[in-house]
Ligand binder design. Structure first.
Ligand code: NI
Length: 387
């Protein structure tokens, strides 16, 4: 059973909510985090990946090392729940994804575990900046996160509106999608629109590519393994020169997948189609496929440990073992593609007025603090072998 959080953790959560900071600007938040961890007796390292903070709890001479990650950043959007006493005090900034709650739960767990007996091993409490698309995990890694704070396994947690408070979902396999972008440039030979045989038409090539790229998901991808390929930009020629075939045509879009092999195959297929169509039509193609966040895929080992910890904290009947993956992304994937990891969903209760993540009325549910802290503590006990 989870014990309710102390009032000061609720007050801290509301204070963070009222003072949201964007990615890499989490100066006040990081200060608060570092102060609390230091007061609890942890070794604290600040400025990891700019505004990131790592608190280290070391017990005994051996045991495993695990990394627990919370994100700290807010979003550049207004909060419209004006009656909320702890609403954002910063115009155009809002904790609309619950990272205020994530931060406080990890602080609460660190404070509780700093007092715990019988642990053997190391816990790295990682407070990451800039999760919302600004590359905070990558910045911490480039700052040597895993060399300076090595870990055998990593864990992340995100609140989930619609899942009951006191419930969790701990599921092996894909949790969040990868998000990549591609651009293809076809270079031909421009010519008079009335004399196409004297040139090489890149517009014909881009037209064929657009049709062909829609066969990647339909004809090449396992129907049971989701993927998305969408063209979102197309440019060639000039509407003021409708008798000119241009030299160049461009097309770009987004590609998403959950399985690493589907992601690899999609990238390869887009390249093959671009070059194949170019060769067939006598033009050249250049493809720039840029990988964004990898998918978050939960590894079997850590998922099993997280599942028993969730059951110990909340009761086995409160832990869902199947739950639909999200089409969003999370750069926790930068960690869990390097160290075996598990990313869990924590119930945030009903989405009031439909206020899901990134909605201007969303709020983290303080009633979820207790279950979240209980989970982190049970996980550390499961990993570091204390009764
Ligand atoms: Ni989030």
């Amino acid at each position: 059973m989870s014990t309710p959080p102390a009032d000061d953790l609720i007050a801290l959560r509301r204070d963070l909510h009222a003072h949201p900071e964007l990615g890499f600007e989490e100066v006040r938040t990081a200060d608060l985090v570092a102060g609390r961890l230091r007061a609890a007796g942890l070794e604290v390292t600040e400025g990891v990946g700019r505004t990131g903070v790592v608190g280290t709890l070391r017990r005994g001479g051996g045991g495993p090392a695990i990394l627990l990650r919370a994100d700290m950043d807010a979003l550049a959007m207004p909060e419209t729940a004006l009656a909320r006493p702890w609403r954002s005090t910063v115009p155009g900034r809002m904790h609309a994804c619950g990272h205020d709650g994530h931060t406080v739960m990890l602080i609460g767990a660190a404070e509780r575990l700093a007092q715990a007996e019988g642990l053997e091993g190391t816990v790295q409490f990682v407070f990451q900046p800039a999760e919302e698309g600004r590359g905070g995990a990558r910045a911490m890694l480039e700052d040597g996160l895993l060399d300076r704070f090595p870990a055998d396994r990593c864990y992340g947690l995100h609140n989930m509106p619609g899942l009951e408070v006191g419930e969790m979902a701990v599921v092996e396999g894909p949790q969040l999608a990868s998000s990549d972008r591609f651009e293809v440039v076809f270079d031909g030979t421009g010519t008079h629109g009335a004399k196409p045989h004297l040139g090489r038409d890149p517009i014909a090539a881009v037209g064929q590519f657009l049709t062909a790229m829609h066969t990647v998901v339909a004809r090449e991808t396992d129907p049971l393994s989701p993927a998305v390929v969408s063209a979102c930009a197309l440019a060639a020629g000039d509407f003021d020169a409708l008798n000119v075939i241009p030299d160049r045509a461009r097309i770009g879009g987004t590609a998403r997948a959950y399985a690493p092999e589907v992601r690899d195959a999609t990238e390869a297929a887009l390249g093959r189609l671009a070059h194949g169509i170019a060769a067939a039509l006598g033009v050249t193609a250049r493809i720039d496929y840029r990988r964004g966040m990898p998918p978050v895929v939960n590894a079997p080992g850590p998922t099993g440990i997280a599942r028993s910890a969730a059951a110990a904290a909340l009761g086995a009947g409160r832990v869902r073992q199947s739950f639909p993956p999200s089409t969003a992304g999370d750069d926790f994937a930068e960690l869990s593609t390097r160290v075996p990891g598990c990313y869990v969903w924590l119930g945030n209760g009903p989405a009031e007025d439909g206020a899901l993540h990134h909605n201007t009325r969303y709020d983290f549910n303080d009633a979820a603090l207790g279950p979240g802290i209980a989970f982190w503590c049970a996980l550390v006990r499961a990993e570091l072998g204390a009764g």
